[in-house]
Write a protein that binds this ligand. Sequence first.
Ligand code: F6P
Length: 366
Amino acid sequence: MEKKYKILVLTGGGDCPGLNAVIRGIAKRARKEKDWEVYGSIEAFGGVFSEPTEIIKLNQRITAGIHVRGGTILKTTNKGNPMKFPLPQPDGTVKIVDRTEELVKKIKSLGFEAVINIGGDGSQRISLALYKKGLNIIGVPKTIDNDLAATDITFGFQTAVQIATDSFDKLVTTAESHHRVMIMEVMGRDTGWIALHTAIAGGAEVCLIPEIPYDIEKIVKRINLRYKRGRGFVNIVIAEGAKPRGGAVTHSTGETGSEHVRLGGVAYQLSRQLKEAGCQAEIRETILGHVQRGGSPLAFDRILASLFGVHAFELALEKKFGRMVSYRNNAITSVTLEEATKEPSVVDKNSYIVKAAKGLGISFGD
Ligand code: F6P
């Protein structure tokens, strides 16, 4: 009988519109090669660790039409990092252990030739560690935050910006009707990409991002100016990681096993600060939250994700392991996992996009 090569696909970290399109892209491209079979591990590497394993064959029936669906059919988690795995102990405590060695052995013993890990910066750091332990692995970048420097854009970002912009538009009409200051908080972790793009697309008066700590007095001045000119209203977009000059980021502790602190709530902090700094206008806050990651991907993200999927499989076919798929200079390409995990992509306050936003009258509170 002809030998079948098996490839394992998984999604890790937060979900993101376009994940299913990548999975389908890999599966469809692989079907063109008669000797390859594609499998999916449920909930990142959790499916490999579990006994019995939770690994499903990604046949045509399972992947048909999934590119239009949000979320991930393979489920995901941001808590199962095999490098720092939270292992419950008999005494009820949780011990953090490195399970990479065990993971590589198990994947190989299950007969997989290669693995495709679809995930953000954290997931690609895991890919690199596993690659160094001898696993044939390929990364596919995903994140709504668009914070990976090794790719010009990540899928999910455009969809998140569209959802945020649609919400912003709705807040403008109510701001206008009540002469209010509306603060809309968006995601983005330590970067302001979603906020910046939404502010330009929506036409915000103020955009606050982590890369440019804000001066509350300047924002109050800006608000007062708008109100002085007539029946004013102000729409502010604030990134969840934004902070005042000399101040700290608003966050709460992450859940056990989660590598990140949980951001969120900065809209309320800003509201309080504005009042304390003498802002007389009525203020309302909206935290958009996970709505930005939900639902169907836009056409752009479906296309980018599908091309990433096809390319990831082709890298496996060519045995080009230890690489991450990337989109650069209008072309689908790949970079080494070292390069992929080197640095995040943050908004440069001297970049043209920030200057142009200022040219459009948007204040960054600086
Ligand atoms: O990285 C994507 C992201 O949506 C961030 O923008 C946000 O801070 C974080 O994930 C939220 O994570 P969780 O789903 O664990 O609340």
